[in-house]
Design a protein around this ligand. Sequence first.
Ligand code: ZN
Length: 385
Amino acid sequence: MIKFLRLNKWNILLLLLISIGYSSCDKTEDNDPVITERFLEGVYPNTDITDGPFIYDYGNQLTVKWIEKNKSVIEKSIVGNDFETFEADFGFPFEYVKSFQNEKENVDYVQTFSNVKNVVALSDIHGQYDVFVRLLRNNNVIDEDNNWTFGSGHLVINGDVFDRGNRVTEILWLIFKLENQAKSLGGRVHFLLGNHELMVLNNDLRYIDAKYLTTSRKMGTTYDKLYSKDLIIGQWLRTKPIIVSINEIIFVHAGISPEVVARQLSQQTINTLFQNDIIDGDKNTIENDPLLNFLKGSKGPVWYRAYFEDQNFSNNDLDAILNYFDKNHIIVGHTTQTRLVSLFGGKVIGIDSGIKNGEYGEVLIYEEGSFYRGFQDSGRISLSF
Ligand code: ZN
């Protein structure tokens, strides 16, 4: 027995095989040992943390909390409409928080838009604020002050803003601001939920940067609770869709599987089920419900990878999916590439261009029916199908 337990090359091989089997399970994703180690250490290497704002909505009162240069938490209540102080602190108009509060009950589950001339889409930003801002600035979506300059264009954030990187808070507030600015100027921002948004909201914190462990400890809570329904950003995330259609294009974080069609699930049904039953659903209830369990799992819209990885997924499968939704293209992130890629003659476009690595990134530009790859230096080329 003792001999069996001693590590020899066969035991190591066995452990390796078990760990390969484990990592291919849909709930573990590609485990990043660096992040895991730092997470377990629980120490952020840079102690000079500034993070926030975290705006708590206590019904009749908003309370803003933040961490400034690693001091203990600063807390201020907003009295009446006194947003100016905070505007100076955080650099964006807090009137947007008010307008969100007035609109938050009107959740759009249909998410279908037509006659849109210009779209810019990107995916899997994973906390990489600098690459995100550079891509938006150099592709004419925002100006040097990070204000909307895209007119009636639509910006699509195709999921996975959370995890890995350490400037998630800044990205969320920038999207929040741009969404408001775009709407008032005839444009739109669509922020689709990815598997990493769902993981954080469900207290699966394996991929958060160690900074956020420190942040949440300082805030006296856990990271998922900083995105609970008690906070403005938590409420806002809970209004976000899984699938959006613009003209002849479907946007979804990971993909739509043939099983979605077999189950005759519409875009509206999927958005409704995620927002009402999955995001805050009890784990056991979801696991015991075949439909919810399917949607949340590896063949559901936030985890599916077959377009890229399954040799058995065919052109006919894809045509059946596109016919069912009456669309011509599916735009997905989630499965990381080194650049934007078109598959199946452009019927699938993969837009996770590796922004998560913090250096390179591309956006998808859709202009008058044509697709382009947009770069950080403001260059662009046609996306060949
Ligand atoms: Zn993903």
